[in-house]
Design a protein around this ligand. Structure first.
Ligand code: GLU
Length: 288
């Protein structure tokens, strides 16, 4: 058995589409070809949109595609006890601050006239302008019921690094070192959310803790998550977690060149199944 361990981590918020099929088949093929492991993780922290019926459909679609996973799927909704201590540790180091800004507040702050400067987008949309960073309290009990953001500048200075390196598998399947400078992180990532009002944790925090807990050596995900990878590498350093090798694969697009999304029910795997397609047809459709 090689030391290659990868995963597929869908959110049960809608039907899996051709883009998911590509990502899951690619990761599964690579795990099987290398004699490694393929794991499954259900990213169900968004309890406003996650539904048990979509989780069932994920198992069903993957099985139909011929995908098998090597241990019980991990479910993020069961992982609160892992997220909480990590969050508390970052709070104790004064690297988090509570923030009440709504999406609209951020938009308004960003549209204040700044001639010649167009608002920057990061892994979560508009880069946070820092509204609450200097004024929010950082001591005392952690405000668990509030949105908590990472003070990226403070966090980077704590690491005493000027850049972050990680291994990336390139288009020819060769490994190369990617390097992201702190300056670049400040302007392309910003103070991301690490805990939400309605759930202790966030996508970025959960994903790094879960990848470490599942022993993931290779993260295979779409190129749309390249910006997110940058913040994950910083979080791994802050939390003393290993950084896996990343492979950001091409995206499956519709005929207008747009990336497929959950709302693209027309390309749902279940729909192709119902219309008589075979798993081999799906492989062909996604270019595998
Ligand atoms: N849950 C994420 C999604 O469905 C993927 C997470 C990841 O690969 O880190 O887009």
């Amino acid at each position: 058995m090689s030391d290659f361990i990868t995963r597929f981590a869908p959110s049960p918020t809608g039907p899996l589409h051709l883009g998911h099929a590509y990502s899951a088949l690619l990761a599964h093929d690579m795990a099987r070809a290398s004699g490694g492991k393929f794991l499954l993780r259900i990213e169900d922290i968004d309890n406003t949109r996650s539904r048990p019926k979509w989780e069932e459909q994920i198992y069903d679609d993957l099985t139909w595609l011929g995908i098998t996973w090597d241990s019980e799927p991990m479910r993020q909704s069961d992982r609160l006890s892992a997220y909480k201590p990590a969050l508390h540790a970052l709070w104790d180091r004064q690297l988090l601050f509570p923030c009440d800004c709504t999406r609209r507040d951020i938009q308004t702050a960003m549209s204040a006239p700044q001639e010649g400067v167009s608002p920057a987008y990061g892994p979560d949309g508009l880069i946070y302008p820092g509204t609450c960073r200097a004024i929010a309290p950082r001591t005392g009990r952690i405000p668990e019921q509030k949105t908590l953001r990472l003070d990226l500048r403070e966090a980077l200075s704590e690491t005493e690094k000027t850049s972050f390196e990680f291994q990336e598998i390139g288009p020819e399947f060769s490994e190369q070192t990617q390097s992201v400078t702190c300056l670049e992180l400040l302007s392309t990532v910003g103070d991301v959310i690490l805990s939400r009002k309605d759930f202790l944790g966030s996508y970025h925090l959960s994903v790094v803790l879960d990848d470490a807990a599942q022993g993931i050596t290779h993260v295979i995900r779409g190129h749309d998550l390249f910006e997110a990878t940058k913040i994950h590498v910083v979080l791994q350093t802050l939390l003393g977690l290993p950084t896996p090798t990343y492979y950001h694969h091409r995206l499956i697009r519709d005929e207008h060149g747009k990336r497929l999304a959950k709302r693209d029910d027309a390309r749902a795997i279940a729909k192709y199944r119902a219309e008589g397609s075979t798993p081999a047809d799906i492989r062909k459709m996604v270019g595998l």
